[in-house]
Design a binder for this molecule. Structure first.
Ligand SMILES: NC(=O)c1ccc[n+]([C@@H]2O[C@H](COP(=O)([O-])OP(=O)(O)OC[C@H]3O[C@@H](n4cnc5c(N)ncnc54)[C@H](OP(=O)(O)O)[C@@H]3O)[C@@H](O)[C@H]2O)c1
Length: 408
């Protein structure tokens, strides 16, 4: 497309015809199927792929003692970098569906906020499994070409005429992007006020860029769907993951006793996040270990791999337990023995964060927890826009604690 073909009203139309290819993936790397909220999608399996293109954070890391509330220990200071000219911005886009190699960096028109929108200068945009579902086409993005990224955080640089809660200079985080509007893998993103919330002073916008969907998912699962109460036993499967590591902290903040599963490399960190017991998800006696760590079994279970654990959940749950399913690799999930679940009056809820009535509501409550240091988002690695393909490979294939974040 030539510069003369640019539409002034479409913020995603490229101004320059010199895209930069990023990522070298060969497309789907696995054949596992996932059914989430009624959508069948293909999810690449995890493998041994190295995290290519990851920036060395070693010298950039801030000492733990200096960490502001609500931030990850791997917070990094971003070096000054070339920004686009005022009216344009750099953005990752895919012009067609496919593997990570369809992601490219384009120079596009910088969006203007609508009347009820704010414009964020993006400091961080979380990398989530769902970003790959949109890229592959198993979830429908707002159109093509599309800017990926459900999450973003950064400084508010402009506000629409109806906006009263946010002013330029505020730092805010957003989620719910890329399904109906451009996402966060860009230098700037315009966000409606029902899905953006001001961050308390001192919260790292890079870490907050990774917070949106995982924090809201943890909130919706634990608070809205499970109705977790103080002193209840909560089992979080995958407690080192994006959703899992926030869920561990949130359940602990509510006053629950948390049992989490994780790979052994992360047991100390997940315990430090608030889990009373951390168990290797690969151990053969996992059910016995969960029962031993709880008072008659977990009252609440957050399950991100229902195809692996739904019957397990029924086996270990307390009578009257609540299971909230947020994901699965195989759409054909079901109980092996539904009678076990029925005998316990087990309540099973399958949820999608896209159904959240107003994203800003749980986000505002979560921001209070960031401020108090009760919940923090751990940033495992950051990636430049040009390395977004590697980031999307890594979120599906690599093992890490917390979040991967694109830093434009
Ligand atoms: N329903 C919704 O609205 C919603 C919202 C957000 C996410 N999700 C879904 O929830 C899932 C997790 O998302 P996420 O962002 O937290 O992903 P993530 O950051 O990749 O975390 C996944 C975690 O699962 C762990 N894991 C791998 N194999 C496991 C096993 N056999 N048993 C237990 N844990 C295992 C991984 O640990 P290792 O890598 O160390 O093995 C990793 O920590 C995805 O399927 C995602 O699509 C759904």
């Amino acid at each position: 497309m030539s510069a003369s073909a640019v539409s002034a009203s479409d913020p995603t139309v490229p101004l320059l015809a010199r895209p930069v290819r990023i990522g070298s993936g060969s497309g789907r790397s696995g054949d596992a199927r996932l059914l989430e909220a009624g959508h069948a999608v293909v999810v690449p399996g995890r493998g041994d792929r190295p995290a290519v293109g990851v920036r060395d954070l070693g010298d950039d890391r801030e000492p733990d003692a200096d960490r502001p509330a609500g931030t990850g220990r791997r917070r990094v200071f971003e070096p000054a970098r070339r920004r686009s000219t005022v009216s344009t911005m750099r953005a990752v886009r895919f012009h067609e569906h496919g593997g990570a190699d369809v992601l490219q960096v384009d120079e596009v028109e910088r969006p203007d906020p609508g009347p009820d929108e704010v414009l964020l200068e993006v400091a961080g945009a979380g990398v989530n499994p769902v970003d790959t579902y949109f890229r592959e086409g198993s979830y429908e993005p707002y159109g093509l070409p599309a800017i990926p990224g459900v999450d973003a955080a950064g400084e508010v640089v402009a506000v629409g005429e109806s906006v009263t809660d946010l002013v330029p200079g505020d730092v805010a985080y957003a989620t719910g992007l890329s399904s109906d509007r451009p996402g966060g893998y860009a230098e700037y993103v315009a966000v409606p006020t029902d899905r953006v919330v001001r961050l308390p002073d001192g919260v790292d916008p890079v870490a907050a860029g990774g917070a949106g969907v995982v924090a809201v998912t943890a909130w919706r699962a634990l608070v809205d769907h499970a109705g977790v109460e103080p002193a209840e036993d909560v089992l979080i499967h995958g407690g080192s993951g994006g959703v899992g590591h926030v869920a561990v902290q949130l359940a602990r903040a509510v006053g629950a006793r948390v049992v989490a599963t994780a790979a052994p490399a992360y047991h100390d960190e997940v315990e430090a996040l608030g889990a009373a017991t951390v168990l290797d998800y690969a151990r053969d006696d996992l059910a016995d270990a969960v029962l031993a760590a709880t008072d008659g079994g977990p009252d609440v279970i957050i399950d991100h791999r229902l195809d692996d654990y739904l019957q397990f959940d029924a086996d270990v749950a307390a009578t009257g337990g609540r299971v909230v399913g947020i994901g699965e690799n195989d759409p054909g999930i079901g109980f092996e023995r539904a009678s076990d679940a029925r005998a316990k009056d087990l309540e099973v809820t399958l949820m999608s964060t896209f159904n959240t009535p107003r994203l800003a509501d749980p986000m505002a409550r979560l921001a209070l927890l960031f401020d108090r240091g009760d919940v923090r988002v751990e940033v495992a690695r950051t990636y430049d826009l040009d390395a977004a393909g590697e980031a999307q490979h890594a979120v599906m294939d690599d093992s890490f604690l917390g979040k991967l974040v694109v830093t434009p």
